[in-house]
Design a binder for this molecule. Sequence first.
Ligand code: CLF
Ligand code: SF4
Length: 540
Amino acid sequence: MAQLISLESLTGPGPMASVNVQGRVANAAAPMVALDALAAPAVTSEAMRMALSSKSGCESTSSCGSSDTKDDMPAEIWEKVKDHPCYSEEAHHYFARMHVAVAPACNIQCNYCNRKYDCANESRPGVVSEKLTPEQAVRKVIAVASEVPQLSVLGIAGPGDACYDFKKTKATFDNVVKHIPDVKLCISTNGLALPDHVDEIAKMNIDHVTLTINMVDPEVGTKIYPWIYYKNKRWTGLEASKILHERQMQGLEMLTERKILCKVNSVMIPGINDEHLVEVNAVVKKKGAFLHNIMPLISAAEHGTYFGLQGQRGPRAMELKALQDKLSQGTKLMRHCRQCRADAVGLLGEDRGQEFTMDQVPDEVSYDPAKREKYRELVAVERGEHVATREAAGKQLAGLAAGTSVLVAIATKGNGRINQHFGHATEFQVYEVSPKGVQFIGHRKVDEYCKGGWGEDASLEGVIAALEGVTVVLCAKIGDCPKESLTAAGILATDTYAHEWIEAGIVAWYEATYGTAPLAQMPGAAQALAASPAGVSLAT
Ligand code: CLF
Ligand code: SF4
């Protein structure tokens, strides 16, 4: 008898659209996938790709940068990144990371950090709920791995520095892999202590290292780092910046030599290093960085950071995008970073940390791999279909006449679908679409519009402001009131493509708007498009 299981039943609470193996949106009341069907060897992403490409000679792609897929890199690299939600944009729809806050000590001071809050190196400013000993961390990881089937990566991102506090980092990883050998290990560091540990990192099979590099010119560094602590001495000014820069470059080179994938994070600080990041990108590319992640400075006086108290602002979403667009010839960019907490748990953009505080983790834990294994089987099929859909979407776009480029915001709970109500979104994923393709370009955080069943006008104003530059919002459901307010602000919104794959929904909307089928059916379309910040007009 067929065993039936859904992604929803594996990934926890919350209504979620599911698909059958043919990829059609299943009846929401009975979202099921037959595991028996998954055992059939015929459905592979490769086969789907072949089948689709045989129908068209067009070579359009729908992605670039960290959206790269299996065909865009050597097989051994793909094996390392395919399930890593930070190193593969595609994977972040399906796979989760968790951070354990075992490394509180740090050896430098960044002007954007106040450790009473968090590590801005890898986190949004927000207090770490609890620091853990390595023993506690191991228990927590086992508990999470048994409950969160999406978990693929264990990261140590502070709240201080994973390399400076290396003993605790090592003790945690060494113990976790005894219980869960298939979890990927990942660390984040400012780089000052990195060269001292690269050989151990290689021995421990840590395949992914994030190195925060905000400057390659120590003069710029003096405006970011007031001091460092190195060789039992505190250094300040230009001297401090020079040492940090040299150690970061040395660490990056050592990682590259050992084929450890290095992602460089840079905090974009307007007026201080924003223009300089073009040079940073070129240098880290030359030295072998796999990805470059430009993160906007998060700065507020209440965080108590030097920059926050000085009134140093962070970049606007469109300023960040403009810089990223300028870097398109350099190191590949990561654009889906969520600047997570140092104790984050879950898919990027969601935080399930509060479900796994130590008071909820039993003293005795045992790891049950069954849920994760089933989830991976389902995801393998889903991904094959998702890749094929993206490619088909790219071909569909390429068939359109030259047209405009617009931004589309998606409300999604994950799994690559347009599957969230507008009012429940705490972030929108933003894609750029034109006849050249569909590209993920980032996300916009918002306050939930609908709280306790009612829409809040104040939140809606914030949502509209956050959607700067966006032409249309695609979501699973939206009421008339918010839709009208969005339209008045020059932003279309529709639930016509509910539960579609994101790329398929975007292309269907784009074609209806700029292709052969006019968009007469969307109320307010002409008015909204006329007021659209992209300045687009309907194709005739
Ligand atoms: Fe954590 Fe960082 Fe590893 Fe990812 S986060 S240590 S690489 S597992 Fe990811 Fe979070 Fe951005 Fe970091 S979204 S802040 S890039
Ligand atoms: Fe804070 Fe991280 Fe900078 Fe250390 S490296 S000061 S923990 S942001």
